[in-house]
Design a protein around this ligand. Sequence first.
Ligand code: ADE
Ligand code: ZN
Length: 319
Amino acid sequence: MTLPKAELHLHIEGTLEPELVFELAARNGIALPFADIEDLRSRYSFSDLQSFLDLYYAATIVLQTEADFRALAEAYLDRAAAQGLRHVELFFDPQAHTERGVPIEAVIDGLASALEDAEERLGITGGLILCFLRNLPVESAMATLDSLGDRTSRILGIGLDSTEVGYPPELFTAVYARARDLGLHVVAHAGEEGPPAFVTDTLDLLRAERIDHGIRSLEDPELVARLVAERIPLTVCPLSNVRLKVVDEIADHPLPAMIEAGILVTVNSDDPAYFGGYVGDNYVAIARAFGFDDPALAALARNSVIASFASDSRKAELA
Ligand code: ADE
Ligand code: ZN
């Protein structure tokens, strides 16, 4: 699956493979609550988003230094290049690290330096999207944004992730207004487990340029019409939706209905170390489940470039 494409919904902490968890734990002298790689992998069975997040945050404790964040991003970028990715916009969760005492500078500098080198090393362009954890107080999100200082220039945009139900988008209206004033792109998770009204509010109150997941949008025909009319991209993650039981199985995924409705849909991997595959595996899974032919897959790959925040000249190169 080497169609030139972009990945727009990828949590870099969700690329932390068990082997790297144990390597970094040894390097940093951290005792893990898992016996070994097999034991950790055996826990990759989730009942919902929260059950996954509990394990995802437990594993991130091995990430301590700038070099760790750089190693994490380099490992992902190598895999990304092998799967035909030419542009990647990486989500990261700084509060998951600063809450443990890791300086935000170490997180940003490690990830950003790996991305910068990837341009020359692998021909991949991209940027960092700083996600706020919606289950933490909004004051923590604002403080995180304020703490960026001159590192704001190393950030492409902001996003919103973690536990969705119970944490509506309106909580973050002021944070998003501040980020827009700083000239940052704005995206947000919505409509993964939360209702379609969260998608509508994310557009109206946060003025998100893209919606991450958004698959519950189909429950609201007016919202679907708006997404189509305003060409709002949805970054859909089919294998994630199956693993987190948002859909029962891949054959039940609403992706074909979304495409049929005329929504600008992209295919992404979310947290590939945990969900059974990287972006190419997601393309293969939907091709098999829905009988998508090469032109249909190429159209999805084109959508990913169109929906990206790459420069116009880079988009033209990737067209
Ligand atoms: N953080 C990492 N993966 C996530 C997802 N699929 N939804 C919300 N927050 C996340
Ligand atoms: Zn996500």
